[in-house]
Design a protein around this ligand. Structure first.
Ligand code: ATP
Ligand code: MG
Length: 215
């Protein structure tokens, strides 16, 4: 797939995740995608109830929202959307529904690029309405230590192999960081410095996140 030629072409990156907490892996993925694809901005979308994660395992959405705002504060191209967090409480948010709402908001003139790590893209065919999703936005799949994108071709059967053209692979410097690891370290009282931003680190310590039971 061709990359866009000029900055300010109105293309928008969307980075979905639970961000529990946001860390340098997320930020690097978004920034590399922004620069490589000349995205006008990247919108981080903290999930309210990701279909693949049990809600009770997640920190309260407002903490995740605050940490995502704090973590992205130093990048003028980054913003955070409450579109999923503010969805009706009975709604389970699927990416296909979120992207459809963004398309309504931004109109047909804007191209949307959904940014994921290698682990997430390899699961894509299990996502609700993934074919519709791929028709509405292109995907930028970034490398992530521990997950091989060489398996990507194999996830589509021959009937759907054309969908591969909607996914671009982007090699980025590998950061073997996960939110799971940060939560585990915080729980054990180990340092989380340099895995996330210092603001997010302070927020986690101040609010004693991941130490006590769910906030
Ligand atoms: P958890 O361990 O709780 O699953 P996580 O670190 O995987 O957290 P998510 O919020 O699940 O973070 O991921 C959001 C998106 O960011 C996904 O597309 C994921 O693949 C991507 N991502 C997360 N960490 C990295 C990383 N270190 N490098 C590249 N992409 C990443
Ligand atoms: Mg994850």
């Amino acid at each position: 797939m061709k990359t866009k030629k000029s900055q300010g072409n109105g293309n928008i990156g969307i980075m979905g995740g639970t961000f529990d907490p946001i860390h340098l892996g997320h930020l690097l993925a978004a920034e590399e995608a922004r620069e490589r694809y000349h995205l006008e901005r990247v919108i981080f979308v903290p999930a309210r109830t990701p279909p693949h994660k049990e809600e009770e395992m997640l920190s309260y959405g407002e903490h995740r929202y605050m940490m995502t705002v704090i973590g992205t504060i130093n990048n003028r191209y980054f913003s955070v959307s409450r579109i999923e967090l503010d969805a009706p409480s009975h709604a389970v948010n699927y990416t296909v529904d979120t992207i459809s709402r963004f398309k309504e908001i931004f109109g047909e003139g804007r191209k949307l690029f959904f940014i994921t790590g290698a682990d997430a893209i390899l699961d894509l065919t299990t996502w609700k309405g993934y074919e519709t999703l791929l028709s509405m936005c292109e995907f930028i799949a970034v490398t992530r230590p521990g997950y091989s994108l060489s398996r990507l071709k194999g996830i589509f059967d021959s009937e759907h192999s054309g969908l591969l053209s909607r996914i671009s692979l982007l090699t980025i410097p590998g950061l073997a960081i996960s939110s799971t690891e940060i939560r585990g370290r915080a729980r054990q009282g180990l340092t989380i410095k340099y895995l996330t931003t210092s603001g997010v680190e302070q927020y986690i310590l101040k609010n004693k996140l991941y130490i006590e039971a769910k906030k």
